[in-house]
Write a protein that binds this ligand. Structure first.
Ligand SMILES: [Zn+2]
Ligand SMILES: [Zn+2]
Length: 154
Protein backbone atom coordinates (compact mmCIF):
# COMPACT_ATOMS: atom_id res chain seq x y z
CA UNK A 1 0.00 0.00 0.00
CA UNK A 2 1.25 3.40 -0.90
CA UNK A 3 1.96 5.79 1.91
CA UNK A 4 0.07 8.89 0.91
CA UNK A 5 2.03 12.04 1.33
CA UNK A 6 0.69 15.52 1.78
CA UNK A 7 2.32 18.63 0.46
CA UNK A 8 1.36 22.28 0.32
CA UNK A 9 -1.71 21.48 2.35
CA UNK A 10 -3.12 19.26 -0.40
CA UNK A 11 -4.82 16.16 0.91
CA UNK A 12 -4.74 12.95 -1.12
CA UNK A 13 -8.09 12.42 -2.82
CA UNK A 14 -10.28 9.63 -1.48
CA UNK A 15 -11.00 6.53 -3.54
CA UNK A 16 -7.85 6.46 -5.68
CA UNK A 17 -5.59 4.24 -3.59
CA UNK A 18 -5.03 1.70 -6.40
CA UNK A 19 -4.27 4.41 -8.95
CA UNK A 20 -1.85 6.13 -6.61
CA UNK A 21 -0.15 2.77 -5.97
CA UNK A 22 0.52 2.45 -9.71
CA UNK A 23 1.74 6.04 -9.92
CA UNK A 24 4.10 5.47 -7.05
CA UNK A 25 5.63 2.51 -8.89
CA UNK A 26 5.92 4.45 -12.14
CA UNK A 27 7.62 7.25 -10.25
CA UNK A 28 10.08 4.73 -8.82
CA UNK A 29 11.11 3.95 -12.42
CA UNK A 30 11.66 7.64 -13.02
CA UNK A 31 13.73 8.08 -9.88
CA UNK A 32 15.82 5.02 -10.73
CA UNK A 33 16.58 6.41 -14.19
CA UNK A 34 17.38 9.84 -12.75
CA UNK A 35 19.79 8.22 -10.35
CA UNK A 36 21.53 6.46 -13.24
CA UNK A 37 22.10 9.71 -15.13
CA UNK A 38 23.80 11.03 -12.03
CA UNK A 39 26.05 8.01 -11.55
CA UNK A 40 26.68 6.56 -15.01
CA UNK A 41 29.70 7.54 -17.04
CA UNK A 42 29.24 9.77 -20.01
CA UNK A 43 28.44 8.12 -23.30
CA UNK A 44 25.85 5.70 -24.50
CA UNK A 45 24.69 4.56 -21.09
CA UNK A 46 24.13 8.12 -19.98
CA UNK A 47 22.06 8.88 -23.04
CA UNK A 48 20.10 5.69 -22.46
CA UNK A 49 19.43 6.75 -18.87
CA UNK A 50 18.22 10.15 -20.08
CA UNK A 51 15.91 8.46 -22.55
CA UNK A 52 14.64 6.25 -19.74
CA UNK A 53 13.71 9.36 -17.77
CA UNK A 54 11.65 10.64 -20.68
CA UNK A 55 10.05 7.25 -21.13
CA UNK A 56 9.15 6.97 -17.44
CA UNK A 57 7.77 10.52 -17.46
CA UNK A 58 5.66 9.64 -20.50
CA UNK A 59 4.43 6.41 -18.91
CA UNK A 60 3.32 7.93 -15.62
CA UNK A 61 1.57 10.85 -17.31
CA UNK A 62 0.03 8.59 -19.96
CA UNK A 63 -1.36 6.40 -17.18
CA UNK A 64 -3.40 9.31 -15.80
CA UNK A 65 -4.28 10.51 -19.31
CA UNK A 66 -5.69 7.07 -20.16
CA UNK A 67 -7.64 6.93 -16.90
CA UNK A 68 -9.21 10.25 -17.86
CA UNK A 69 -10.07 9.25 -21.41
CA UNK A 70 -11.14 5.65 -21.07
CA UNK A 71 -14.94 5.64 -21.22
CA UNK A 72 -14.99 2.14 -19.68
CA UNK A 73 -13.14 3.28 -16.56
CA UNK A 74 -15.67 3.04 -13.71
CA UNK A 75 -13.58 5.37 -11.57
CA UNK A 76 -12.57 8.32 -13.76
CA UNK A 77 -10.13 10.72 -12.11
CA UNK A 78 -11.67 13.69 -10.40
CA UNK A 79 -10.21 17.15 -10.84
CA UNK A 80 -9.01 16.82 -7.26
CA UNK A 81 -7.10 13.65 -8.19
CA UNK A 82 -5.41 15.26 -11.19
CA UNK A 83 -4.56 18.38 -9.19
CA UNK A 84 -3.08 16.19 -6.50
CA UNK A 85 -0.94 14.29 -9.02
CA UNK A 86 0.38 17.57 -10.42
CA UNK A 87 1.04 19.06 -7.00
CA UNK A 88 2.87 15.92 -5.90
CA UNK A 89 4.88 15.85 -9.12
CA UNK A 90 3.47 12.41 -9.94
CA UNK A 91 2.75 13.47 -13.52
CA UNK A 92 4.00 16.02 -16.04
CA UNK A 93 1.27 18.62 -16.42
CA UNK A 94 2.86 20.20 -19.50
CA UNK A 95 2.85 16.85 -21.27
CA UNK A 96 -0.76 16.21 -20.27
CA UNK A 97 -1.71 19.59 -21.74
CA UNK A 98 0.31 18.92 -24.89
CA UNK A 99 -1.77 15.82 -25.63
CA UNK A 100 -4.93 17.94 -25.73
CA UNK A 101 -3.68 19.77 -28.81
CA UNK A 102 -4.68 18.44 -32.21
CA UNK A 103 -1.74 16.67 -33.82
CA UNK A 104 0.01 16.15 -30.48
CA UNK A 105 -2.21 13.39 -29.08
CA UNK A 106 0.67 10.91 -28.92
CA UNK A 107 3.68 13.21 -28.49
CA UNK A 108 6.55 11.53 -26.68
CA UNK A 109 7.77 14.50 -24.65
CA UNK A 110 7.47 18.27 -24.46
CA UNK A 111 10.95 19.18 -25.83
CA UNK A 112 10.35 17.20 -29.04
CA UNK A 113 7.23 19.26 -29.78
CA UNK A 114 9.17 22.53 -29.78
CA UNK A 115 11.08 23.76 -32.80
CA UNK A 116 14.83 23.68 -32.36
CA UNK A 117 15.88 27.30 -31.65
CA UNK A 118 18.94 26.94 -33.89
CA UNK A 119 17.42 25.22 -36.90
CA UNK A 120 13.73 26.06 -36.49
CA UNK A 121 12.83 22.46 -37.28
CA UNK A 122 10.90 20.00 -35.14
CA UNK A 123 12.32 16.74 -33.88
CA UNK A 124 12.57 13.95 -36.43
CA UNK A 125 10.28 11.80 -34.28
CA UNK A 126 7.42 14.26 -34.88
CA UNK A 127 7.60 13.82 -38.66
CA UNK A 128 5.15 11.31 -40.15
CA UNK A 129 7.00 8.23 -41.41
CA UNK A 130 5.60 8.70 -44.90
CA UNK A 131 7.51 11.99 -45.14
CA UNK A 132 10.85 10.51 -44.06
CA UNK A 133 13.41 8.78 -46.24
CA UNK A 134 13.34 5.03 -45.67
CA UNK A 135 16.63 4.84 -43.77
CA UNK A 136 15.51 7.39 -41.20
CA UNK A 137 12.20 5.77 -40.34
CA UNK A 138 12.07 4.24 -36.89
CA UNK A 139 15.44 5.66 -35.86
CA UNK A 140 15.50 6.89 -32.25
CA UNK A 141 15.61 10.67 -31.88
CA UNK A 142 18.50 12.15 -29.92
CA UNK A 143 16.34 13.97 -27.38
CA UNK A 144 14.38 11.12 -25.86
CA UNK A 145 14.95 8.03 -28.01
CA UNK A 146 11.46 8.23 -29.51
CA UNK A 147 11.08 6.25 -32.73
CA UNK A 148 8.17 8.24 -34.06
CA UNK A 149 5.15 9.82 -32.40
CA UNK A 150 3.35 11.64 -35.21
CA UNK A 151 -0.41 11.40 -34.86
CA UNK A 152 -0.58 10.29 -38.50
CA UNK A 153 1.35 7.12 -37.65
CA UNK A 154 -0.81 6.05 -34.71
ZN1 LIG B 1 8.59 11.63 -30.35
ZN1 LIG C 1 12.00 13.39 -30.54
Amino acid sequence: MVKLKTKRGIKPPMGYEDELDVLEQLNDNLRAAALRTATDDAGDSKQQAEWDIYRADHQRTRYVHDLMHNPANPNPPSKEFVDYCVAMDYINRQLLQTWRKAGYECACCVPCTRPNPQTGTVCICRIPKAMLPEERRGQPCVTCGCRGCATEDM
